[in-house]
Every structure is written in structure tokens, then in C-alpha cells.
Design a protein around this ligand. Structure first.
Ligand code: SF4
Ligand code: SF4
Length: 456
């Protein structure tokens, strides 16, 4: 009977050092300094980066965004998606191997595990032994440290949505609000579970990107590849032995590439969907090649075409810069430029003109016709602003009510505006008009269209 259920085998990745491991640790430091550090930065009197959902204000250094600025979030998502397409087309699962939070936290948790329980073989030996005081102590210490990192991660995550200093005080005094409690512990628990226990299973079974990323590969995508032509037939031999005389390839069948693999695969079996492109097997195999006195690169980042055509490194890289990559790059650059320009030209206030439906067009003194509007002005800066409203579009049309308004920083206020038209200046019907709103302090103005109704 063939069982369709495969029980989970614990993977004990061996620690590794080398070029790609350094890159990964570089990314761990970079991403985590940003993630843990950013909420503590101050900008004037407030937190530099704060997504204040309760008051619907998103502060990003000098920028204050509102729900009306949703377009920028859409732009950011488009940029993120296109970047992912670009990086994947260039070098496969770069994101997975170096910057994905799952990889980054697993790396941190593995480092703690190694410091407390030792490297792969020590951990395997200890796990196979019955319970002892040493085992309990080490496991407890490891879980305590994991939980501390996880809780700090959950705390920091919430610090992006609620002022982190107050959140810290509330946390210590155990007086957090219900949603802060939920998200601090939920995010912390997810970090603890995913990086401590689930690890490669998240990549193999839960991550949607893992499912479709292979659709973005082609024969010129750089992927971690075992050079079977050079490595086979594999076999153990002494360092002094001549492999050609023994009819052996360069692979000494040490299995180190399998031992360091965080997803537990053997890259010598060819490209597999489980491979997250972390390069750990490249690093370890290079050290084996160095020890044996063979050329490095038995496992390397290369392309399918390069392997078939036996291209040099420079030839391979030239082919990586193919039209598809140039098109992705051009689109990405255009969107980034459009977004930066739009942010730079963004007006420091927003205006909405609403015709007062309760008060229709009416005749007032001296036969004038009056329409009433409500102008909602939103101050998108962090200083108070004074505004002046004028109207144009019909001869003699003028604002007859108070046309000045002060709006406090990051707030919105509305102003009821009466516009009057002298008699016989326009036929009955609906006429397009324009409200000009000027920020007196910032010397910036904006215009909003509306209509003026002239009754029969
Ligand atoms: S690390 Fe290199 S030499 Fe060792 S088994 Fe893997 S491919 Fe062969
Ligand atoms: S096969 Fe190599 S590159 Fe792929 S996940 Fe395993 S160690 Fe990382």
C-alpha cells in the first residue's frame, strides 16, 4: 500500500558561512534595523512613521497622507509587485532567499538555537536522547529567547499604528487597549510559530508566491544550479587522489549541501520548487571545493542557457539583461518617477465642493440669484493654514458670504459659501462655474468645478 501521507521530518540546518550567507546576514541587519528602529524616530513633535488608523492620518516623515491619498498606496503596491517580477526574472527567488520576513526571522531564530543548543549534530544528538536537566534547561532558554524576540516583534509592529512610546508605557503598565493586546500577541505568536516551528513549511505549503514564481522564470533566469556535467559521477576520495584516474567528477558526495539546506532538499537532483535560492549550498560547496583544491562553482547561480552553452560568467550576465528585464526596468522606473513627481507636486490642501441640496437656487434682494455651497477644506500639512475662496465662470458672479477660513494642522473644516449672480446675467438652466481656493500662507491655489443654477 502506498501511503499518500508523508509525516514531517525535522530539518536541522547546519550553519554556514560564505559570500551568500554574508549577504543574507547583511539583509537581516538592514531590514531589522529599519523595522525595529523606524517607529522610535521622531519628526518634530511626533513619531516619524505612524499609520494612525483611528484619526485616518498616515505620517511618513514630512508627509501626511489621508484616505483620499489611497492612490499612493496603490502605486506602492504596483511598485512592489513589479519589483518582485523584475528580481524574480533576473535571479529567481532573491526575495525568498534574502529579504522575506520568513527567511529573516528563521535566520535569527536559528542563530539563537545554535548559540543555545549547538550546531546541527549537537542538536540532533540531544533531540534523540531522553529528557535530562541539560536538555530542559537549554530548550527552556531557547524558547524564552524566541518568545522575547517574537514579543518584541509584535510590540514593534503595533508601534507603527499607535505611538510606540505610549504603547511601551501601556505595555509595561498592562493597560493596553484591546486591539493593541490582540495584535501585539497575535503578531508575536505568528513570528514565534513561523520562525521557530513552521520554518520551511511556510515556504513549501503556505506561501502563494512559491506557487507562481516559477511562471516568471525562463532559461536566462539566474537560479542555484548544480553542475552535473562537472560533478558526476560523484564519490568520496582522498584530497590527494586524482579524480580523473578514479573516473570521478568534482562532487565528493559529502552531503554538506543537503545538510545546510533550510528546506532539506538535494540540489543535485535539479531545480526543485522547494529551493528558496538562499545560496547556502553554494557557500558550503565552495568551501569543500577549496579544501579539495578544485575550482569553485560546482553549485552556483547560473542560467539554463549558460549551462547548455557553456557560457562564461560575463556571457551569462550579458544574457540576463534581456529585453524582458529592460522592459520591466523601464516600466518600474516610469512608475517610480511618476509617483515621486506626483508626491512632490502634491497640493498642501484638498477641497471638496458640495452644492447645498437643502437650499436650491433662489431669488434674493435686488433680483439677484443665490446658490449655496458647502466647501470642505482639508489641511494636508502640519501647520495651520488660512484660505480665501473666490468664484468665477459667470459675469458678475461673486461670493457674498464670508470667504475666509482657517483650518488647523492636519484637520478638515467646512465653509458655507453663498454665491450671488446679478439679474439677467445668464439664462435659466445649469451653468458650469469654478471655485478658486487659495492658501494665503502657502501661496498655493487650487480650483474646483461646480454648477450654478438659474431658475425660470
Ligand atoms: S557540497 Fe558539493 S561536493 Fe559536497 S555533496 Fe554537495 S555538491 Fe557534492
Ligand atoms: S537548494 Fe541550496 S539554494 Fe536552494 S534552498 Fe537549499 S540551500 Fe538554499
Amino acid at each position: 500500500m502506498l501511503s499518500l501521507y508523508a509525516s514531517h521530518k525535522t530539518i536541522y540546518p547546519r550553519s554556514v558561512s560564505g559570500l551568500f550567507s554574508n549577504w543574507r546576514w547583511g539583509m537581516v541587519w538592514l531590514t531589522q534595523i529599519i523595522f525595529y528602529g523606524l517607529p522610535w524616530l521622531e519628526w518634530g513633535q511626533r513619531q516619524a512613521v505612524l499609520f494612525d488608523l483611528a484619526s485616518r492620518r498616515f505620517y511618513i516623515f514630512g508627509l501626511v497622507l489621508y484616505p483620499q491619498d489611497f492612490i499612493y498606496l496603490t502605486g506602492m503596491l504596483v511598485i512592489a509587485a513589479l519589483s518582485l517580477f523584475l528580481f524574480t526574472a533576473v535571479a529567481g527567488r532573491l526575495w525568498c532567499g534574502y529579504a522575506c520576513p520568513q527567511t529573516v526571522y528563521t535566520e535569527i531564530f536559528l542563530w539563537i538555537e545554535k548559540k543555545v543548543e549547538g550546531d546541527r549534530s549537537a542538536r540532533m544528538r540531544r533531540d534523540a536522547k531522553p529528557l535530562s536537566l541539560d536538555k530542559v534547561m537549554r530548550k527552556s532558554t531557547k524558547h524564552f529567547l524566541w518568545l522575547a524576540v517574537a514579543l518584541w516583534t509584535g510590540f514593534t509592529f503595533v508601534g507603527y499604528f499607535t505611538p510606540i512610546k505610549q504603547h511601551g508605557i501601556d505595555f509595561l503598565q498592562m493597560s493596553m487597549g484591546s486591539w493593541e493586546v490582540f495584535w501585539t500577541f497575535f503578531y508575536g505568536f505568528a513570528t514565534y510559530g513561523n520562525a521557530g516551528f513552521m520554518r520551511e513549511q511556510v515556504c513549501l505549503h503556505m506561501c502563494p508566491y512559491a506557487r507562481f514564481q516559477s511562471a516568471m522564470f525562463d532559461k536566462d533566469t539566474l537560479v542555484v544550479t548544480y553542475d552535473a556535467e562537472r560533478g558526476e559521477p560523484r564519490g568520496a576520495r582522498s584530497r590527494r587522489a586524482d579524480p580523473t584516474q578514479l573516473n570521478l567528477g568534482a562532487c565528493v558526495d559529502c552531503s554538506l549541501c543537503v545538510q545546510v539546506c533550510p528546506t532539506g532538499i538535494d540540489i543535485r537532483n535539479g531545480l526543485q520548487y522547494e529551493c528558496i535560492g538562499c545560496g547556502a549550498c553554494v557557500d558550503v560547496c565552495d568551501t569543500v571545493m577549496d579544501k579539495m583544491g578544485y575550482a569553485r562553482g560546482l553549485i552556483k547561480y547560473t542560467t539554463e542557457h549558460a549551462m547548455q552553452q557553456h557560457w562564461s560568467q560575463s556571457q551569462t550576465l550579458r544574457h540576463v539583461l534581456r529585453p524582458r528585464i529592460l522592459i520591466y526596468t523601464a516600466i518600474l522606473a516610469a512608475i517610480v518617477m511618476a509617483m515621486v513627481t506626483s508626491l512632490a507636486l502634491r497640493k498642501p490642501f484638498k477641497v471638496n465642493v458640495i452644492r447645498d441640496r437643502g437650499v436650491m437656487a433662489r431669488m434674493v434682494e435686488a433680483g439677484k440669484i443665490e446658490n449655496v455651497y458647502r466647501l470642505q477644506v482639508m489641511n494636508a500639512t502640519e501647520t495651520d493654514q488660512r484660505f480665501k475662496v473666490t468664484v468665477s465662470g459667470l459675469p458678475g458672479l461673486a461670493v457674498t458670504s464670508s470667504n475666509e477660513l482657517t483650518v488647523p494642522a492636519t484637520q478638515a473644516r467646512s465653509l458655507v459659501v453663498r454665491a450671488q449672480l446679478p439679474p439677467d446675467m445668464a439664462p435659466a438652466g445649469s451653468h458650469p462655474i469654478k471655485f478658486e481656493i487659495e492658501s494665503i500662507d502657502m501661496k498655493v491655489h487650487d480650483a474646483e468645478k461646480s454648477v450654478f443654477l438659474v431658475p425660470n
